[in-house]
Design a protein around this ligand. Structure first.
Ligand code: XMP
Length: 512
């Protein structure tokens, strides 16, 4: 396996992901416990992450001496490069300006990391994000790539099999980054790539059993892929020590409640409590128009309902959540700036502290597409696994302005038609997320011989890798007119349909 020492970068999990993609198991440990973990895990190689500290500062994090002395292959990224350089006898200085974003490096020499990938003299795009920089190499190192801002963009010590780079190979903005990491894993560390999601499943099941013991676990199901996969995995680990709670606040898509109930109770025979809390949600949403107020009310009400049900079930010490890695780093920028809350996602907060429960979060290291692979591995039907993401606050944040039962019904119908047409056109899987938004705007229309004055519906469809950035989907020419006609003909209350072409950034995927 590969040990990843985390110096606090926002994107350390992406390193683990790239190592997984190379078919190799890795473990991330914080730098404070790296020495202990190194002895326990006995890895084949070590990757040192980036981080916000400055090696120039006193008391900044260091690589444990045992790792440096081990003779194992190492890959240092950003802070990892600086720490390696400093600790091995080179020099690092505080940069006065730093370098953030896209940069181009020039390949200066041969290097195992470049096997089958880059040749001397070529220029390649990378993602820089650093303040400090290496100014003198440690003995035994040579420069194998440079950039105008980083003369030591990539350095290598072939004899000791230590490689280090100033930029971040783990992010998608370094297009060849995944391959550089794969070359390190396979060609430098010599680890063969046959690790699979089946092994992740087995490892997690063992971990869940160990964590939970004889305890009881409750899991809030949202109907989405994440909580479903988490529930299945946990059920596989501990059977009926798990109870699922599904709260229906009237803000779900058409047919969603029925699907979840029949899948869990019927198909898997997993204990499921189905709570109809529509009145509570609709009454509470009356008069609420501010997006954050909606999110907060819904989050809090979910917690209230869930807590009440948990009390009825009784005796659960553990709360299971389908938290994914992007939820953990929700709305962060990896440029080192302070992360700001763009929207308050409600699926990660509140509950455990208030209920004094311990969390079981088996998907915390995974990204959406990896969760889907795991879902398939667990036998979750394709229609379920492949489903577009759906936010916890549901249709309520797709109805700007006041949310009412009537408006939820209108939106549900329109949304179902839109998705139906997308499926019929065979486009569902090409799209990350498609949905309709019912606008608080009315427009004048003419239908038959009469004047109409009804709501406007916006359609949105985006492609994305991880939900962090997104592009509007370009439908084939006749698709949007066809859907528009169907929606206006079939859904009373809508007389105009528009399409949203905004990418993220600057837009977000949801409207609220
Ligand atoms: P935004 O709108 O921030 O959304 O671009 C990014 C992705 O996150 C989903 N989303 C949520 N998911 N709880 C969730 O579970 C939430 O509160 C929430 N808000 C947004 C959104 O649908 C998109 O996939």
């Amino acid at each position: 396996s590969i040990l990843i020492v985390d110096f606090g970068s926002q994107v350390t999990q992406l390193i683990a992901r790239r190592v997984r993609e190379a078919g190799v198991y890795s473990e991330i440990v914080p730098f404070q416990s790296a020495a202990e973990a190194f002895a326990r895990i006995n890895p084949a190689a070590v990757i040192l992450s980036g981080g916000p500290a400055s090696v120039v500062d006193e008391n900044s994090p260091r690589i444990p001496q045992a790792i440096l002395d081990s003779g194992l292959p190492m890959l240092g990224i950003c802070y990892g490069q600086q720490a390696l350089t400093e600790q091995l006898g080179g020099k690092v200085e505080k940069g006065d300006s730093g370098e953030f974003g896209e940069a181009f490096i020039t390949v200066e020499g041969e290097c195992t990391l470049f096997d089958g990938l880059w040749a001397t003299g070529e220029r390649h795009q990378v993602w820089m994000s650093h303040g400090d920089k290496v100014t003198a190499l440690a003995p035994g190192f040579r420069v194998v790539a440079t950039s105008p801002g980083a003369p030591y963009a990539i350095i290598a010590n072939d004899e000791r099999r230590i490689y280090a780079m100033q930029f971040h190979p783990e992010v998608v903005h370094t297009p060849d980054g995944a391959k550089l990491i794969a070359n390190f894993v396979r060609h430098v560390a010599g680890v063969s790539g046959d690790w699979t999601m089946a092994e992740f499943r087995a490892a997690k099941i063992a971990e869940i059993r160990e964590q939970v013991g004889e305890g009881r676990v409750i899991c809030g199901l949202s109907g989405g892929v994440d909580s479903s996969v988490a529930a299945l995995l946990i059920h596989e680990a501990i059977g009926d020590q798990l109870t699922c709670v599904f709260v229906d606040g009237g803000i779900l898509r058409q047919g969603e409640a029925e699907q979840v109930v029949s899948l869990f109770r019927g198909h898997y025979n997993i204990p499921l409590v189905h709570v109809d809390a529509q009145d509570l949600f609709m009454d509470g949403l009356a008069g609420v128009t501010d997006p954050e107020a909606k999110r907060k009310f819904i989050g809090k009400t979910f917690i209230d309902v869930f807590e009440a049900e948990a009390k009825k079930i009784g005796g659960a010490e553990f709360l299971a959540q389908g938290t994914l890695y992007p939820d953990v780093i929700e709305s962060v920028s990896f440029t080192g700036g302070p992360s700001v809350t763009i929207k308050s996602h409600h699926n990660v907060g509140g509950l455990p502290a208030r209920m004094n429960m311990k969390l079981v979060e088996p998907l915390r290291e995974l990204f959406k597409d990896e969760v889907r692979v795991l879902g398939r591995e667990l036998g979750l039907p394709d229609v379920f696994v492949g489903r577009h993401p759906f936010p916890g606050p549901g249709l309520a944040i797709r109805i700007p302005g006041e949310v009412t039962r009537e408006r939820c019904d209108i939106l549900r119908k329109a949304d179902a038609i839109y998705l139906d047409e997308i499926r019929k056109a065979g486009l569902y899987d090409a799209i990350w997320q498609a949905f309709a938004v019912l606008l608080p705007v009315r427009s004048v229309g003419v239908m038959g011989d009469g004047r109409t004055y009804d709501s406007v519906l916006a359609l949105r469809a985006v492609t994305s890798v991880d939900g962090m950035t997104a592009q509007a989907f370009d439908f084939p020419g006749d698709f949007l007119p066809r859907v528009t006609t169907r929606i206006i003909n079939e859904v009373k209350g809508i007389n105009r349909v528009v399409y949203d072409y905004t990418s993220k950034p600057p837009g977000t995927i949801e409207w609220e």
